[in-house]
Design a protein around this ligand. Structure first.
Ligand SMILES: CC(=O)N[C@H]1[C@@H](OP(=O)(O)OP(=O)(O)OC[C@H]2O[C@@H](n3ccc(=O)[nH]c3=O)[C@H](O)[C@@H]2O)O[C@H](CO)[C@@H](O)[C@@H]1O
Length: 365
């Protein structure tokens, strides 16, 4: 009989793409597996998951607003409605296993699944566990992590360290350079700086790049720039002002494999999945951790690489002053690029998605 698996969570790309990578690996191992995603209504996963070819159901859940907001008063009702909806989805789909990847929807879904006696597995991308995953861990059968020391948050006997699941098309990107140049309309004679702000975009990176765009273009380089939704108009205005066709800006890039393929040097936030992808794609990288991520975990993600001489760190507070200079220095220095490339690739976990899929399947008797 076909196996049925629910994968739940989302909110940002850092939760959605590992979920898609696990789903792809499951279908590769067991092609007749039926997979249903459960996300949060109104969140990014409701659009990105169907684009990746999977069905998704949305729960009416929301997070606490940090500012004093009347919306917070409706949260308990949203939680109750989400629990009820999660119970319905489980009753109708009858999954053999439920997988949680973090983000709002995984809370109610995994809670109801474990109450119904369905085995659950958690995949934690970061070196720091949020409150939802800590609570869910008590009832989960297996917890797959990407960083050491996670027994500080989870029961030790349930933890397996397998790395973060990365979409398989990000392997062997060096074979896709020609296709990537054509896809983005870039010039094969020029070296490319790929700037990525993560799934939501990064304001300080965007401002720093805007300020140094003329230097990059005058330096003879071209730029592929992923800005996030909020800054795309400003980025396009800066490009128009410079009157150049050597800078291509996008709010979101669906073909990340091609973006990595074309990049000689990458400037990026240090979200867990971005970091795992940079390892797999073996890209010389300058990381600018988002300083307000919980427990400053992006700095930890970045330092993990910097300590192995596998990436360069620029602090968010130094970005405006130093980022473009550092990018130009690295673009100019092929020896340093090779050194970073070799070292970052040693930290890649190419089999993570498949290893996690194997753990998921093991939970089905
Ligand atoms: C601000 C914040 O709290 N960010 C968190 C969020 O980051 P964020 O959602 O930015 O996540 P990551 O950097 O981990 O991953 C981004 C994912 O989105 C994909 N992508 C991104 C941009 C784009 O244009 N196209 C695209 O496909 C990337 O290839 C990657 O798969 O989740 C991560 C994983 O839990 C955390 O480590 C980050 O700290």
């Amino acid at each position: 009989m076909a196996r049925r698996i629910i994968i739940s969570g989302g909110g940002t790309g850092g939760h959605i793409y590992p979920a898609i990578a696990i789903a792809n690996a499951l279908q590769h191992r067991e092609p007749d597996t039926e997979i249903l995603f459960v996300g949060a209504l109104g969140k990014m996963e409701m659009e990105k998951v169907p684009r990746a070819g999977y069905q998704i159901v949305g729960l009416p859940i929301a997070g606490i607003k940090r500012s004093l907001s009347i919306e917070n008063l409706t949260l308990p009702f949203k939680m109750l409605r989400s629990l009820r909806k999660a119970r319905e989805v489980i009753r109708d789909f009858r999954p053999d296993v439920a997988v949680g990847v973090g983000g709002f929807a995984s809370g109610p879904l995994l809670m109801m699944a474990s109450m119904a006696g369905i085995p659950t597995l958690i995949q934690e991308q970061n070196s720091y566990a949020g409150i939802t995953n800590k609570l869910l861990a008590k009832r989960a059968q297996k917890i797959c992590v990407a960083y050491p020391g996670m027994e500080a948050f989870f029961p030790k006997e349930k933890i397996t360290m397998l790395g973060n699941p990365v979409r398989s098309d990000i392997t062997y990107v060096h074979l896709k350079r020609a296709a990537a140049l054509e896809h983005f309309g870039l010039d094969e004679r020029l070296k490319t700086l790929f700037v990525m702000g993560g799934s939501l975009g990064a304001r300080s990176i965007n401002e720093s790049i805007t300020a140094g765009l003329d230097q990059l273009v005058e330096g003879g380089y071209q730029v592929l720039w992923q800005t996030g939704k909020n800054d795309i108009d400003k980025a396009k205005a800066a490009i128009d002002k410079l009157g150049t066709d050597r800078v291509k800006a996008f709010d979101f890039i669906y073909t990340m494999d091609l973006a990595y393929a074309v990049a000689d040097v990458v400037v990026s936030r240090a979200g867990a999945l971005s970091v795992s992808e940079l390892c797999l794609a073996a890209k010389p990288s300058i990381l600018v951790p988002f300083p307000y991520a919980s427990e400053d975990h992006q700095t930890k993600n970045a330092m993990n690489l910097v300590d192995s001489n596998a990436a360069i760190l620029v602090k968010d507070s130094d970005a405006r002053e130093k980022l473009v200079d550092q990018a130009l220095a690295l673009l100019d220095d092929v020896t340093r690029q090779r050194e970073l490339q070799t070292n970052i690739n040693k930290l890649a976990r190419p089999s993570a998605a498949d290893d996690i899929a194997a753990e998921v399947l093991k939970l089905i008797q």
